[in-house]
Ligand binder design. Structure first.
Ligand code: PEP
Ligand code: MG
Length: 591
C-alpha cells in the first residue's frame, strides 16, 4: 500500500522574529542525563568536590569562549547575555550548597549539583517578574553544561554537523545554542516555550532569523525530515503545507516586497496629506538601542521615550548621571529632530522588582506613573535633573504620564522649577526653554483639558490607557478585549475635547498610543485635528504612506461622521472603508 500523504498541519505560537522561511525540519533532542544517586566513600569525598569544582571551571571556560565568539560575530550587547551564566557559575552560595550536600550526605557531585540547581530553577520559574523567570532558562542551560562536563557527555546540541539548510525545532533553544547558529544552515527556528523578551528571541532578531516560540508541544509532534513553512510575522509553523498554502505565501512575499519598496521610496518625504496638511510623524522608543530604527523608518524624532525600561531588569535604580548619559545620547543622535522623554511610568503592568513594592489589588488604578514619582521626590528629582541637563544636547522635551488633575500637574511643575533653580545655582547648563507637556490618558484629564492646557506646552494622548480607563476594560485582560474599542464614541469625543482645548490655548496635541500606528485609525485622528502621531518605528512608514494618499477634507468628513455616530462598529467600518480606498496596497499584504 502506498504511504498516505500527510496533510497540512498548523501550529500557532508567538512570532518573535519577522520573516518567512521553508525547509526540512531538524528536531533537536537534548541528551537526557541519567543522574544516578551514589554514596561516595568518606575517603573519596575530597576528590568528588574537586571533580565538581573542575566541572565549574571547565563550564566557565566554555561559556567565556562562546561569549567571545558572540561578541566578535554579533556585538558586545549580545555577548552580555552570557554575563548572567557566568555570574551564576561564580555564585558561591550555590556552590557551597552543593559542596555541603556532597560532604554532608556523601553524595556524588552530579546528583548533588542537579538537586540544588533544580531547586533554583523551580524558584526562578515561579516568580512573577519576567526578567527573573527568564533567568530560569539561563540556569537550565547552565545546569546541562555542568552535567555534560561532569558526565563527560559531548554537546548534544552540536550544530556543526548540519549539512543542509533546515528549520530547527526544539523544546527550548538556549542562548548558547542560538549563538552557534549558522545562518547558512539555519533558515529559522521554532520552540515549545519562550517569550518575546527571552534572550533567544533577542538573538534571533539580531541574527535576522525568522523565529516562533511558545508552540507548546511542537518538538514532540514534529519529526526530522518533515517539510514546513515558518511564518515569523504571524507566529505559525505549517507542516506539510499544501500547494495552495505555498502559492499564497509566494504571492504574499511578492506583495510584501513591492510594498516595502513603496515604503522605502517615501522614507525621506514628509507626512503631508494630498491637500497639504502636515502631520508630525514620530516614533516610540524604549531606549537608545531603538534610535537606529527611528531613523531607518523615516520618523521625525521621538514622540514617546518610555524611560521606565531603564529602571526594570536591573538590581538598582539608575542614578542621575547614568540617566543623563542615556538621554544625552538619544537627544544627540536624533538632532535636529525632537525627543519627548516621558518621566517614569512604573506600576500598572511594569514593575521594577528591586524596588520590592507591595502588591496592589488594582495596580492600574494604583501607585503608578506620576503618582509614584510625586511620592518619591528624590528619585523623581534625579530624573528631572538628568532630562534638563540632557536638554542642551538636542531638542529635548519632557512629559508627565497619567496626569489626573491640576494639583498633580502643578506639583510636578513646581519640582521642575526647583530642579532648574538648583542647576542654575550649580552652574550646570540646561535649556531654559525646554518644553514640558502632559499625557492625557485618564478621562478626568481629557475633561479638564482646558485647565491643564494653561500649564503645559503640549498634550500627548495616551490612547492605550485612555481607552482602558474610559471603558473600564483592562488593557492586558483578553477576556474583556471585545470591550476595548478605540472607536467607541466616548473615546472619540474625549480625543476631540482634548485637541480642541489644546488648540484654544495655542498648544499642540499628539497621540502616542497604539492607535497612532494603525493605518486604519490614523485618518480618524487626523480628522479630529491631532497634530502629531507617534508610533512604533516599524509601522511609521505605513502611517506616512496613508497620510500621503489621504485628503484632510476626507479625514475631516470621517471625524464629523464619527462624532455624531452612536455605534463603535459603524465608526470602525467607515475607518476601514476610507483607509482601504486611500491606500489599497497597505491591505493587500496583510497575510
Ligand atoms: C498610552 O497609554 O497610550 C501610552 C502611550 O503609554 P503606555 O502604553 O506606556 O501606557
Ligand atoms: Mg499610558
Amino acid at each position: 500500500m502506498p504511504a498516505q500523504a500527510k496533510g497540512e498541519k498548523v501550529f500557532r505560537g508567538i512570532g518573535v522574529s519577522a520573516g518567512v522561511c521553508r525547509g526540512k525540519i531538524v528536531v533537536l533532542h537534548r541528551a537526557r542525563h541519567i543522574i544516578a544517586k551514589r554514596e561516595v566513600p568518606e575517603n573519596d569525598l575530597a576528590h568528588e568536590v574537586e571533580r565538581f569544582e573542575q566541572s565549574l571551571a571547565q563550564t566557565q571556560k566554555q561559556i567565556s569562549e562562546i561569549q567571545n565568539r558572540v561578541v566578535q560575530s554579533m556585538g558586545a550587547k549580545e555577548g552580555d547575555i552570557f554575563d548572567a551564566h557566568l555570574l551564576m557559575l561564580a555564585d558561591r552560595v550555590l556552590v557551597e550548597e552543593v559542596i555541603k550536600l556532597i560532604r554532608g550526605q556523601k553524595l556524588n557531585a552530579e546528583y548533588a549539583f542537579h538537586t540544588v540547581a533544580e531547586r533554583y530553577i523551580t524558584v526562578l520559574s515561579d516568580v512573577e517578574d519576567d526578567y527573573l523567570r527568564e533567568r530560569a532558562a539561563d540556569m537550565r542551560d547552565l545546569t546541562v553544561r555542568v552535567l555534560d562536563n561532569l558526565l563527560e557527555v559531548k554537546d548534544a546540541f552540536d550544530l556543526r554537523h548540519l549539512s543542509e539548510p533546515c528549520i530547527l525545532v526544539g523544546h527550548d533553544l538556549s542562548p548558547s545554542t542560538t549563538a552557534q547558529l549558522d545562518k547558512n544552515f539555519v533558515l529559522g527556528f521554532a520552540t515549545d516555550i519562550g517569550g518575546k523578551t527571552s534572550h533567544t528571541a533577542i538573538m534571533a532578531r539580531s541574527l535576522g532569523i525568522p523565529a516562533v516560540v511558545g508552540l507548546e508541544s511542537v518538538s514532540e509532534e514534529l519529526e526530522n525530515g518533515d517539510y514546513a513553512l515558518l511564518d515569523g510575522y504571524n507566529g505559525i509553523i505549517i507542516v506539510n503545507p499544501t500547494d495552495q498554502t505555498l502559492f499564497e505565501y509566494g504571492q504574499l512575499a511578492k506583495i510584501k516586497a513591492s510594498l516595502e519598496e513603496k515604503l522605502r521610496e517615501i522614507k525621506t518625504q514628509p507626512a503631508v496629506t494630498l491637500d497639504g496638511k502636515n502631520i508630525i510623524l514620530s516614533a516610540n522608543i524604549e531606549g537608545p538601542a531603538d534610535v537606529a530604527a527611528v531613523i531607518a523608518h523615516g520618523a521625525e524624532g521621538v514622540g514617546l521615550f518610555r524611560t521606565e525600561f531603564l529602571f526594570i531588569n536591573r538590581d538598582k535604580l539608575p542614578d542621575e548621571e547614568e540617566q543623563f548619559k542615556v538621554y544625552h545620547e538619544v537627544a544627540e543622535a536624533l538632532k535636529p529632530h525632537p525627543v519627548i522623554i516621558r518621566t517614569l511610568d512604573l506600576g500598572g503592568d511594569k514593575f521594577a522588582s528591586h524596588l520590592q513594592l507591595a502588591k496592589e489589588v488594582n495596580p492600574f488604578l494604583g501607585w503608578r506613573a506620576i503618582r509614584f514619582c510625586l511620592a518619591q521626590p528624590e528619585m523623581f528629582r534625579a530624573q528631572i535633573r538628568a532630562i534638563l541637563r540632557a536638554s542642551v544636547a538636542g531638542k529635548v522635551k519632557m512629559m508627565y504620564p497619567m496626569i489626573s488633575g491640576l494639583d498633580e500637574l502643578n506639583q510636578a511643575n513646581t519640582l521642575v522649577e526647583k530642579c532648574k533653580a538648583e542647576l542654575r545655582a550649580e552652574q550646570i547648563p540646561f535649556n531654559e526653554e525646554m518644553k514640558v507637556g502632559a499625557m492625557i490618558e485618564i478621562p478626568s484629564a481629557a475633561l479638564i483639558a482646558d485647565a491643564l492646557a494653561k500649564h503645559v506646552k503640549f498634550f500627548s494622548i495616551g490612547s492605550n490607557d485612555l481607552i482602558q480607563y474610559t471603558l473600564a476594560a483592562d488593557r492586558t485582560n483578553e477576556k474583556v478585549s471585545h470591550l476595548y474599542e478605540p472607536t467607541h464614541p466616548a473615546i472619540i469625543r474625549l480625543i476631540k475635547a482634548t485637541v480642541d482645548a489644546a488648540h484654544r490655548h495655542g498648544i499642540w496635541a499628539g497621540v502616542c498610543g497604539e492607535i497612532a500606528g494603525d493605518p486604519v485609525l490614523a485618518p480618524l485622528l487626523i480628522g479630529l485635528g491631532v497634530d502629531e502621531l507617534s508610533a512604533a518605528p516599524p509601522v511609521v512608514s505605513q502611517v506616512k504612506y496613508i497620510i500621503r494618499r489621504l485628503k484632510q477634507s476626507e479625514a475631516q468628513a470621517l471625524a464629523d461622521f464619527a462624532l455624531q455616530c452612536e455605534s463603535s462598529s459603524e465608526i470602525f467600518a467607515r475607518c476601514v472603508e476610507l483607509a482601504r480606498a486611500s491606500a489599497p496596497s497597505l491591505f493587500e499584504s496583510k497575510g
